[in-house]
Design a binder for this molecule. Structure first.
Ligand code: SAH
Length: 208
């Protein structure tokens, strides 16, 4: 499958019906998801691997990983309405290797080969991304994650990964389009910049 084709398939998946503001439910845009998955695939982190998608929402990243040849994907999501949409998206494509886990990411305890995630950016609840990062550090040696392209966020990610004995191996910047789904969006389509990261467990002790 080509990256463009993957982006289109993922863009066409069903989105959140009633996105919940407090959970920062934005469907990951197909092109951003494809960018993350392409990097992961080229780093040999997807094919034949066990993956966890933390805050799986409508299932975009989980489905993309499955299409790229993951052996098994855990789609972890605390909102049942979102999970129902993810299940529907999976059925539409005839995918059967995604296991849906209805829980808070903090309660998920299975070790995996790689985590892929688009956590809340923390614009509603500052620090909402922390439990996602901490869980990812706990269950995997390789992590792909999406965060805002902002100086203070970059500084935080750099320090937080280092303090948890991870290192940043890749950082790609992409445009993330959010449709006007919440009252505070004035434009029809809001464009923000995001960084797609790859983190890997580092042998070095923090500050070493
Ligand atoms: N990649 C997803 C979107 C992620 S948006 C997609 O394309 O649809 C972030 C998701 O994390 C939302 O679905 C939200 O419900 C979920 N979420 C937020 N906090 C959570 C938590 N503590 N535990 C589990 N899921 C959470």
């Amino acid at each position: 499958m080509k990256k463009k084709h993957l982006a289109i398939v993922l863009s066409n998946l069903k989105g959140f019906e009633k996105p919940k503001l407090e959970l920062e439910q934005y469907k990951t845009p197909g092109d951003v998801a494809a960018e993350l998955l392409w990097l992961a695939y080229s780093m040999r982190d997807i094919e034949g691997k066990i993956i966890a998608d933390l805050g799986a929402g409508t299932g975009v990243l989980s489905i993309g990983a499955s299409l790229m040849g993951a052996k098994k994907v855990y789609a972890v999501e605390k909102d049942e309405a979102a999970l129902e949409i993810a299940r529907e998206n999976t059925r539409t494509l005839g995918i059967d290797n995604i296991k849906f886990i209805h829980c808070n990411v903090s309660d998920f305890r299975t070790k995996v080969d790689a985590v892929i995630m688009n956590p809340p950016f923390g614009s509603q609840n500052p620090k909402a991304d922390r439990p996602f990062l901490l869980k990812a550090f706990e269950i995997s040696d390789v992590i792909y994650s999406i965060h805002l392209t902002k100086e203070e966020v970059r500084k935080f990610i750099e320090a937080f990964t280092r303090d948890n004995s991870f290192k940043i191996t890749h950082r790609l910047t992409a445009t993330f389009e959010i449709p006007a789904q919440f009252f505070f969006h004035k434009k029809r389509l809001e464009q923000i910049l995001v960084d797609i990261y790859r983190f890997e467990r580092s042998e070095l002790p923090p500050y070493g």
